[in-house]
Design a protein. Sequence first.
Length: 218
Amino acid sequence: MSAKLAKSATIAMVITVSWLGGMACMSLTKAQSPRFPELSVTQLDDQQRPIADRILKFSKIGIGGPYHIMLRSPQAAQQIINLMEYLRFQSTVPNRLKEFSIMIQGRLWRSQVEWATHYAPAIKAGVAPDTLAQLKSNIRPTSMQPDEAAVYDFCMELYTKHAVSDETYGRLHQFLNDQQIVDLTLLGGTYTTVASVMAMANQGLPSGWDLAFKPGEP
């Protein structure tokens, strides 16, 4: 190859790499931008406002996070909130296991909002900090109580393999009755729905909140 051709090829390569790098930066910036502008309470219509009033009674982030997204479909949001209120506040599953199962979904989805908003309630309910630290590191926690271990194995099998072995189910049934197992499964499915809504919308944490899952971490 002549020196002139080599120089031209080098210039072309540099231009191509620069263009691809620029496109990557543009994609990264776009991916970090939420697809749904945050709603304020004053922007809500007559269908959305009563649902928002219910949300504000228990939400630590107001109508931020998943809620302003779901409020775009008020009829669906109404049903989701009905289910969430029962599963979180009225079901017979022990609160410690409820909060632990939500944290498992937060870990599976790397959901910044679910992890950040349920960490303190999980600790308050009795989940050990060491257990959550290992869960966050994507390690099967060694400090789990026996019923937490049964819940962990059940949730991990169901939501990663889409099936539950008889052995795992039987172990969980030592701690929870039929209704509680159904409620636990519905709770996991509901928070999977919430996490998927936020993933679809590129929804991040409110300003000033620390990221639980940093880029490049497992």
